[in-house]
Design a protein around this ligand. Structure first.
Ligand SMILES: *[C@@H]1O[C@H](CO)[C@@H](O)[C@H](O)[C@H]1NC(C)=O
Length: 181
């Protein structure tokens, strides 16, 4: 009886996830997301990003879990001509693995898959000019993305309705990192 209650609980928990593929988020231990990551691939429906797709390069992010469960997230994003360094505080939304920030417009980020060590796949939204833009990002511990990882990322992107021409594997760069912050 007790085991039945337990599995029922797990089933119910699972119904709360946003999809069968999001099981990773349920068991998420945020301390495993902490640390430095390379943003090695991206899928986006933002026209302005897609227009400069060929100029986009690998970005870096560093995530710190604060005492109250908020995330302190630093980014180093190479854009043509400059290295943009940003810090945002993300707060839990109440959905497992999902966070929001309203520092520079309303944004959400949700970890949808991770092995807790080498990669994490993050689904992000942001509101721009009254429109909600969506992106899926691959966070990797190393600059190299294994072919297996690339296949997994493309599969997760397609499941979220991103087409192949919305997916960018980002080339490495040396000019813009978090280290000088
Ligand atoms: C967030 O991280 C940045 C960069 O490491 C740091 O300067 C800032 O003080 C941190 N903010 C909080 C609230 O911990």
């Amino acid at each position: 009886m007790r085991t039945m209650g337990l599995s029922l609980g797990l089933v119910l928990l699972c119904l709360l996830c946003t999809g069968a593929e999001d099981l990773g988020a349920v068991e998420l231990d945020m301390s495993k997301i902490a640390g430095k990551w390379y943003i090695t691939a991206m899928a986006t429906d933002s026209e302005s990003y897609l227009q400069k797709k060929d100029q986009l390069k690998m970005a870096m992010t560093s995530i710190e879990v604060l005492g109250d469960g908020d995330l302190n997230v630093s980014f180093a994003i190479p854009t043509p001509g400059q290295c943009m360094r940003l810090v945002s505080i993300y707060k839990p939304t109440g959905v497992l693995g999902q966070y929001y920030s309203s520092d520079r417009g309303y944004k959400t980020a949700q970890v949808v898959d991770t092995d807790g060590k080498t990669y994490a796949v993050v689904f992000a939204t942001r509101v721009k000019d009254g429109k909600t833009l969506h992106a899926l990002r691959l966070y990797s511990k190393t600059r190299e993305v294994s072919p297996r990882m690339a296949v997994l990322f493309r599969k997760l992107a397609r499941q979220r309705s991103f087409t192949n021409d919305m997916i960018v594997m980002l080339p490495t760069q040396d000019e813009c990192s978090l280290d000088e912050v």
